[in-house]
Design a binder for this molecule. Structure first.
Ligand code: CU
Length: 338
């Protein structure tokens, strides 16, 4: 509703002309700053990392979107949108992929500059964290997350004379579309398709590709979180996820999450096996995960240890967690009847 009475500057008072004078000077200062620092005109791009369902059980392990075209001299700010931790990492060509705990020297978080000559990596990023990378020279650069092996992207840095194919609004829509696609997986998809008695799926996932790289989703849930068996029965947990590790942990969380506890034995088929005779007993599977993807030029790996079995000799209720994803709600319990 804009009537003359309501419009504050309809009659110019000495006060408002003073105000316009100050604004005019600020405007000139701003133009002068642009002439002196032309990079202020360069675009600042935004992308998100990760997406999740409301119950945190479904995690999109992805840069959203995972392919962006920018001009040399511009920067991209990534914002974390999930509880599962990720890194923003640019390695140099030929560099051996380090663990996420290894840092690249020469910059201070939360911003960095990458021209292909020195690696750049954020530390572990959590929900709401931001990390900005400037790209001073033209080139095509691969973006990776050091926590998740099938989470990659591409940044195409073009000379300022080249035109860019997309604007920020396109990337925002693309991020929405990719995250919706990844999160479409239902937790009910984590079903016992092995049709074995006393079998639980411990995590399910899939990897998809775009022109920019790969992205995956993980359902961080046990398929039958309240399974009931009889004393003497054995339950088998299988991790169906192509890249994400899980654990089956009864009792307190051990210091070493990777290796199984000392009371775990190996079955003839390679599956790990524990025996519990009281709900106060502890046993830890260690990482249950698929073998890494094969690639020419790399040493052959052993088959993955994707199964953990526990034999319950006494009745009772046995709560357990995935020690990696219990914060996302990946928990269960076994009821053993006499
Ligand atoms: Cu897990």
């Amino acid at each position: 509703m804009a009537t003359n009475d309501a419009y504050p500057f309809s009659e110019e008072s000495p006060h408002t002309s003073q105000l316009f004078g100050i604004m005019g000077k600020l405007h000139l200062l701003f133009l002068a700053a642009l002439v002196m620092f032309p990079q202020l005109l360069l675009a600042q791009w935004n992308a998100t990392i990760g997406a999740q369902s409301d119950d945190l059980g479904k995690q999109a392990l992805a840069f959203l979107p995972n392919e962006i075209w920018i001009h040399a001299g511009e920067s991209i700010t990534w914002t974390m949108a999930a509880n599962e931790a990720h890194t923003v990492t640019f390695l140099t060509s030929g560099q051996i992929r380090p663990p996420f705990t290894v840092e690249c020297a020469g910059f201070s978080e939360p911003s960095a500059s990458f021209d292909g000559s020195n690696c750049v990596t954020s530390g572990l990023l959590f929900q709401g964290d931001k990390f900005t990378v400037a790209f001073p020279v033209a080139g095509n650069f691969k973006l990776v997350c050091l926590v998740h092996s099938d989470m990659t992207g591409s940044i195409h840095v073009l000379a300022p004379s080249q035109s860019l194919p997309h604007d920020q609004a396109f990337y925002d829509r693309e991020a929405q579309r990719e995250s919706a696609d990844l999160l479409r997986a239902e937790v009910t998809e984590v079903t016992n398709h092995h049709h074995l008695e006393n079998a639980v799926i411990a995590g399910h996932g899939d990897t998809v590709a775009t022109g920019g790289g790969s992205e995956s989703f993980s359902v961080m849930r046990f398929s039958d979180p309240g399974i009931t068996v009889q004393a003497g029965d054995t339950i088998e947990w299988t991790n169906d996820d192509p890249t994400t590790a899980h654990t089956i942990t009864f009792g307190p969380e051990p210091q070493d999450l990777v290796d199984p506890s000392s009371n775990v034995t190996i079955d003839a088929d390679g599956a790990r096996h524990g025996v519990l005779s009281s709900p106060s007993d502890a046993v830890h599977s260690g990482f249950i995960e698929a073998a890494p993807q094969d690639r020419t030029g790399l040493a052959q790996t052993s088959p993955g240890v994707t199964r953990f079995r526990v034999t319950f000799s006494k009745p009772g209720t046995y709560p357990y967690i995935c020690s990696l994803h219990d914060v996302l709600g990946m928990k269960g319990s076994v009821v053993v009847l006499p």
